[in-house]
Ligand binder design. Structure first.
Ligand code: ATP
Ligand code: MG
Length: 466
């Protein structure tokens, strides 16, 4: 440990104001203290409270073992073998974890074995970064009565919060060897808080970037998703790139560095990707993922300043990337579709039928996402968001959708069963071909979309064929 624990006493004696802790959390601390136990607010929630940010969740730590917590806290559920108990209070769930101590690490992943401990200092010592390794609360009451709540900050987390620095607890190289996820956590945390990673921690990250290859795909994807959800994802993505981590988790993205393109003067393809991702709203994770991957095919197709077919190649590469990181198939399909379609061109010579064909090709559900991606792509290219007629195409698409005209087979006034019943046809591929032919005509001329007309057209088509 770098420093001795803060002396006991009121919060004032530590030089730190008490963090803003909600009533329900304070209530849980009180319940544990009254039952004779130590109870502390720890981890990211305390860090966020000191920063005046609303924590995603409140983490509490105690010397009470899980079975004991189940006895003393009502509505408590033992969650997993890591000693965490979940308690419901005021409609929220709070996680309380028994102090942990020693554990074995193997494969640069999470510990194989966790032991319960009795000391908050030991518990803090196994946490990742100094700003995450503070505790506010009190030890078990002594014979003289309960202790005054106070801050325990053995690793200088308060100072690092002040300096806005991410610093590993203890020897950074060892801590990253123990668990390579900490490399991604450092980068994500620095980007989320707008902190710097201090030099020794940074240089250990750079030395050990390749360790992230030992992590499970799901854990890597979870951190990537969190970076993509930041107000400005490029803050985190650039740290991944500068540290060499990107090269290990996404070499196909790292390959964009230094690829020239005639967009923003002096900027390479990677810079274009960063601008494009940042230009998508934070609450559209799938489109941000598509923005990250939209030009994946460019390095492989670059020739004479052009990138012919990069949308097709890029869609295949995006699928491989997302499968590798085990994204759910539904997400992968949407992202791949967007990458595949992102190169559409529009001109004002398009007929309404052409607009309807465009809608049918893209698919109704993907339209909004595709327009958002293309707007961001424009921004990433130093253009106005609605450049290249995008605003007009968007307006015309909205107009067609509002007119409730047929776009796909399901919109036709007849279906396969009608054709079989009315024309006396046998079920089979002919029916599908007929429906496609009818759809093509209806897309060209929506006035044809009523039952008698379509049956008549279908009959003529069948007669022509025979
Ligand atoms: P956030 O919840 O905002 O992502 P957090 O720091 O609370 O940030 P959690 O994953 O909720 O992150 O973890 C809670 C705490 O557990 C951390 O603050 C840290 O003290 C500790 N911790 C989490 N993951 C690790 C790890 N891989 N190695 C060491 N300590 C960790
Ligand atoms: Mg947390």
């Amino acid at each position: 440990m770098d420093r001795r624990p803060e002396p006991a006493g009121g919060a004032g004696t530590t030089g730190a104001a008490a963090p803003a802790i909600p009533g329900a959390v304070r209530g849980l601390l009180d319940e544990l203290w009254s039952a004779g136990h130590a109870a502390w607010v720890v981890g990211g929630s305390l860090r966020d409270a000191f920063l005046g940010r609303t924590p995603a969740d409140w983490d509490l730590a105690t010397d009470a073992r899980p079975e004991r917590m189940l006895e003393i806290l009502r509505d408590a559920v033992y969650e997993n073998r890591f000693g965490t108990v979940a308690v419901r209070r005021d409609g929220e769930t709070y996680e309380i974890t028994t102090f942990r101590s020693d554990h074995d690490y193997a494969d640069f992943r999470r510990p194989h074995r966790v032991e319960f401990g009795d000391s908050v200092e030991v518990d803090l010592g196994r946490r990742d970064f100094t700003v995450n390794a503070m505790a506010w609360g009190a030890p078990a009451p002594s014979r003289e009565g309960p202790a005054e709540p106070r801050l325990v900050d053995p690793h200088g987390g308060r100072d690092d919060l002040q300096r806005r620095a991410i610093r590993a607890v203890g020897d950074p190289a060892r801590r990253f060897d123990e668990d390579a996820l900490r490399i991604l956590r450092a980068i994500r945390l620095a980007a989320a808080l707008g902190f710097e990673i201090e030099p020794a921690t940074w240089s250990a990250i750079v030395d050990r970037a390749a360790l992230v290859q030992h992590l499970s795909a799901e854990r890597v994807a979870a951190e990537l998703d969190r970076i993509l959800a930041l107000p400005r994802p490029s803050d985190g993505l650039r740290l991944l790139e500068n540290s060499g981590v990107l090269e290990c988790v996404a070499p196909e993205l790292a390959a964009q560095r230094g690829v020239a393109q005639n967009k923003v003067a002096g900027e390479d393809l990677w810079a274009h990707t960063m601008r494009t991702v940042d230009a998508i709203q934070a609450d559209r994770p799938v489109v941000r993922l598509a923005a990250l991957l939209h030009d994946l095919g460019k390095p492989a197709t670059a020739a004479d300043g052009h990138f012919y077919g990069h949308d097709r190649v890029g869609a295949e590469m995006a699928r491989a990337f997302l499968d590798r990181l085990r994204y759910p198939k539904a997400v992968t399909d949407r992202v791949v579709g967007l990458v595949r379609q992102h190169m559409f061109t529009y001109d004002d010579g398009w007929s309404d039928a052409a607009v309807r064909r465009f809608i049918g090709k893209v698919g109704r559900p993907a339209l909004d996402e595709l327009f958002d991606l293309r707007e961001a792509d424009n921004v990433g290219s130093g253009l106005a968001p609605e450049a290249a007629g995008l605003a007009e195409l968007r307006r015309r698409v909205t107009e067609q959708l509002a007119a409730d005209v047929a776009i796909d087979r399901g919109d036709l006034a007849v279906d396969g069963d009608d054709l079989i019943a009315d024309l006396g046809l046998a079920p089979g591929p002919t029916i599908g071909r007929l429906l496609d032919e009818l759809l093509e005509r209806v897309v060209a001329d929506p006035a044809l979309n009523d039952r008698p007309t379509l049956l008549l057209v279908a009959r003529t088509l069948v007669e022509d064929e025979t």
